[in-house]
Design a protein around this ligand. Structure first.
Ligand SMILES: *[C@@H]1O[C@H](CO)[C@@H](O)[C@H](O)[C@H]1NC(C)=O
Ligand SMILES: *[C@@H]1O[C@H](CO)[C@@H](O)[C@H](O)[C@H]1NC(C)=O
Ligand SMILES: *[C@@H]1O[C@H](CO)[C@@H](O)[C@H](O)[C@H]1NC(C)=O
Ligand SMILES: *[C@@H]1O[C@H](CO)[C@@H](O)[C@H](O)[C@H]1NC(C)=O
Ligand SMILES: *[C@@H]1O[C@H](CO)[C@@H](O)[C@H](O)[C@H]1NC(C)=O
Length: 175
């Protein structure tokens, strides 16, 4: 049996293993300060780049606070009328599945003490254009790297499929 064909296979499998460890970014609101009064969440949001498929997560004392997704009026005026959704677990993970601006506020009065955050979610860049449009800050650069790796996972899956097809057709021997 040929051993020369096994090294590309191993290489592809290693790549696939590395690629599958990539998942969507979870943006923890306020980082280690969590979802609490007196934090400037505009500064926090400005330090992050959000893409469709990412998560935003809120960590807070569930006996005191909660999370409402509202529209711009609700965000500006701290009102929950017509809220799109609400979460109360104290550790809420919310999927940002659309490319749009999202608004979240605390519905127990914390909004008036700064517990409001607005994030602009960008469409996932396609792999070629993401290399061109790489960000300017370290945070943006690492996010862009993550996207590129996620895009490469698709290529790896294709390569594995092609390799399996050639194994089945007998053109490649595995040691
Ligand atoms: C948060 O910081 C930004 C930028 O410095 C500032 O414009 C904004 O007024 C601050 N918001 C609050 C609620 O202090
Ligand atoms: C912005 O992000 C950097 C790197 O993650 C961090 O060190 C810094 O404290 C953050 N600044 C704010 C205002 O969250
Ligand atoms: C927000 O509230 C202010 C007064 O509290 C009101 O004048 C304004 O119309 C409200 N904004 C919207 C968009 O409803
Ligand atoms: C937000 O929702 C409220 C209640 O449904 C509505 O009156 C208001 O016009 C909406 N504001 C925007 C900016 O869509
Ligand atoms: C919170 O969301 C649930 C549905 O998930 C809804 O039934 C409930 O009315 C909402 N509560 C408020 C205060 O909007």
């Amino acid at each position: 049996m040929s051993t020369s064909s096994s090294s590309p296979l191993i290489f592809v499998l290693l790549l696939a293993a590395a690629a599958t460890t990539v998942s969507a970014t979870d943006h923890i609101v306020g980082a280690n300060r969590g979802w609490n009064p007196g934090v400037n969440y505009t500064l926090w949001a400005n330090n992050h780049t959000f893409y469709t498929g990412d998560l935003i997560s809120f960590r807070y004392l569930k006996t005191q606070y909660n999370v409402f997704e509202v529209n711009q009026t609700g965000y500006d005026n701290c009102t929950t009328e017509g809220a799109v959704g609400n979460w109360t677990s104290g550790k809420d993970f919310i999927l940002l599945d659309k490319a749009k601006r999202y608004y979240f506020i605390c519905g127990t009065g914390g909004c008036f003490n700064g517990m409001k955050v607005s994030v602009l979610v960008h469409p996932l860049p396609s792999p070629p254009s993401s290399a061109v449009g790489a960000g300017h800050s370290p945070a943006e650069n690492s996010a862009a790297t993550g996207r590129r790796r996620r895009g490469s996972a698709v290529a790896v899956v294709g390569a594995v499929a092609a390799l399996l097809a050639s194994i089945w057709s007998g053109s490649v021997w595995i040691l």
